[in-house]
Design a binder for this molecule. Sequence first.
Ligand code: 6PG
Length: 468
Amino acid sequence: MSNYDIGIIGMGVMGKNLAFNIANNGYTVAVFNRSHNQAVDQLFQNPVKRLFPYLSINKFINSLCSPRCILLMIQAGDPVDEMINVLLPYLNKGDVIIDGGNSFYKDTMRRFNFLTEKSIHFIGMGISGGEDGALHGPAIMPGGSIEAYDIIKSILKKIAAKYHQEPCVKYIGPNGSGHYVKMVHNGIEYSDMQLISESYMLLKYVSGMNNIEISNVFKSWNQGELRSYLIEITGNILCKKDSDGQFIIDFILDSASSKGTGAWTAQSSLELHSPTSMITESVFSRYLSECKANRMIASTLLLGPRVSKISDSLREEFIEDIRKALFLGKIISYAQGFSLMKKASENYSWNLNFANIAKIFRSGCIIRADFLNYIVSEYSANNNLLDLLFTESLKDIINAYQSSLRNIIVIAINQGISVPVFFSALSYYDAYRTINSSSNLIQAQRDYFGSHTYQRTDKSGVFHTNWL
Ligand code: 6PG
């Protein structure tokens, strides 16, 4: 019998790197993979300090100290349910299962209830940062059993990324909240990436710059208020050449897939009536990118303006407009994402702490950015903030930058360049600040064809008109 601190099931890239991260931080880790696995084989051949491979699930579980803490790093979906069923006969009351995959939050809610009935603690834990983050410090979003969080928090704090010494992990809330917050993180990641890609299109075709020049623009933006991991890697990607001396970016197919977290964010926003339009549009942009064959046909049939380069004298101003539009787009997208989390928190009674969530996002994760400090300070002052767009620290930037967003969209329209998420940002912005929208007409139409009734501005109650 051994007494190892934690067990990890699933030795794919993320599982393996987390196992090394935990072991490097002084904890003993038992590891197991259901099927034959190279990483497990290697550990048998070349033992690594504090990492102990197992081929038998029984021996793996019995090697752990009590209460047993088992981290699942396996594919989201059915495999998680299957593995829980495999583990259950071996577990005692008070043991802890942690699901570290990108699981759907409603599955996590169901699993939490199922395991709580059996007195097994369950944590649904979002982990962000990719392979490198898993090894050197990810951002961690644990939700579920608070008792279990207390058991594992010392490990999590050690292995998490640090933002000025502060670990990027905090208890998120009950049942599926950790996975929900990770899902919205990914949704925001989609819109950040899409806004950057649309900026790249404008820089490439309207400014007429080459890859190195565009790379330098992103690198210089990364020195200012846009400083973030995604801007940094974009600068690096654009200047990377292959062994033949050719820019890799020029040979990558323009068709981007997705694993589902962005679509889940969009689905949740539809369910909760939270207009998270930029994330949703980013998901559609990926789907549209996948229609490459149709797009090839459309390019030969459907007319539009020819792209022409902006004059040299206007180029610098245009680039600065893109920078401002990108920053404003980011602000609107995060405001939408945090409003969605607020709705979810109320709907599911999660009592989310938004300053803590923004703090977790500041290091280790894919959307890490200086900009998150605005969000941390605003929500630290008031967790019930009506909207990030109304805050003192952001309001002036928003008002100053909105004309740049308009400018680049006008140029994109006139040049026939598709910038759907910039569009979406501006549509949302203008709709949001409109006191009298067109929805009076929608109400009247619904009442006309379906007697759905309408409300009035001058009287309370509901009304119906015989329109014919
Ligand atoms: C992260 C990433 C990670 C993964 C995305 C990719 O936070 O570390 O978001 O979770 O890379 O799921 O998602 P798509 O394949 O849907 O782009």
